[in-house]
Design a protein around this ligand. Structure first.
Ligand code: BJW
Ligand code: ZN
Length: 241
């Protein structure tokens, strides 16, 4: 299970941090919710109130996403996934991230719990399609399928239900895995945060990789403090040795 922290070393801002030390370390790229109000941007109400403003904000996010490339943390997971497949095992990557960097690193079958920065859904006809155009042309963005419906980012905002197939895949992986890795997530946003505990309750070993302690640090078997771009390559190298 990855969160925004795994993409921090690709230059993408995280959402929140618990420590002042970490806040200083983020320098001129501080966590998003330390400078923006999520209720003004990441809810359906906010979008209905001001679709142009919210769309512009996501344009800015897409501009950053378009420039970002996977870092050694993403690549390490791809290496692990391929090596495990060769041995007849499986590594399921569950991500809360909407940036697509796991896929860009070559990981397969990535389960996107919170949607994607690169997909849009029409509020009228429900058509959902990929669009990587940055910046997006015209506000509010109109649907290419039905012609006049307004499109919204296919991202899961606060108070919205996660995609059913993603929840099912995450539940299945968490309840059947031998090892559950929680990487770069503050583990406060539900239901995603609950899967580590599901895995633990079903007997999996749980490993956390994070710069700082989180609410699941007391539950996990190992809590490794450090940057995922450093820790994951080292972990994977040892796991495959
Ligand atoms: C590093 C690092 C490095 C940094 N290396 N580590 C119980 C109580 C109260 C509220 C709720 C509740 N249960 C559910 C809710 C509501 C809500 C919720 O959980 N709120 C909590 C905040 C309390 N959940 C929802 O609303 C969800 N939906 C839902 O519950 O629906 C139920 C429902 C039922 C029936 C009808 C209707 C509804 C949906 C949640 C969607 C979350 N969406 C967002 C925004 C997307 C939009 C956008 O991106 O613009 O998704 S919120 C934001 O947080 C984003 C992330 O995916 C998500 C998780 O954040 P993540 O990934 O953990 O990042 P950070 O920044 O929090 O943490 C980064 C971590 O990395 C830190 O710990 C750093 O230390 C670390 N780090 N650099 C390693 N180099
Ligand atoms: Zn439409």
């Amino acid at each position: 299970m990855s969160g925004a922290g795994i993409s921090a070393e690709s230059g993408l801002a995280t959402f929140r941090t618990e420590s002042e030390d970490a806040l200083r370390e983020f320098g001129d790229n501080p966590p998003l919710w330390s400078r923006f109000d999520p209720t003004e941007l990441a809810t359906a109400d906010a979008y209905n109130r001001d679709p142009a403003m919210v769309s512009h904000w996501y344009d800015w996010r897409r501009q950053q996403g378009a420039r970002a490339t996977p870092n050694p943390g993403h690549h390490a997971l791809t290496t692990l996934q391929r090596a495990m497949r060769e041995r007849g095992d499986e590594l399921t990557i569950l991500t809360q991230n909407i940036d697509g960097l796991h896929q860009a690193a070559g990981s397969e079958g990535v389960v996107e719990l919170h949607g994607s920065l690169w997909r849009w859904r029409c509020l009228s006809c429900g058509d959902e399609r990929e669009d990587r155009e940055v910046p997006f042309a015209g506000y509010p963005p109109r649907c290419g399928a039905c012609g006049d419906g307004i499109r919204r980012p296919a991202i899961v905002w606060f108070g919205e239900v996660l995609p059913e197939d993603a929840i099912d895949a995450a539940g299945e992986a968490a309840s059947t895995c031998d090892v559950f890795l929680s990487v770069g997530t503050s583990a406060v946003v539900y239901p995603a945060a609950g899967f580590a505990e599901v895995a633990k309750a079903r007997g999996a070993r749980v490993i956390e990789v994070n710069l700082e302690p989180t609410p699941i640090s007391g539950v996990v078997d190992w809590s490794i403090r450090g940057k995922s771009g450093v820790v994951l390559p080292a972990l994977v190298e040892r796991a495959l040795a």
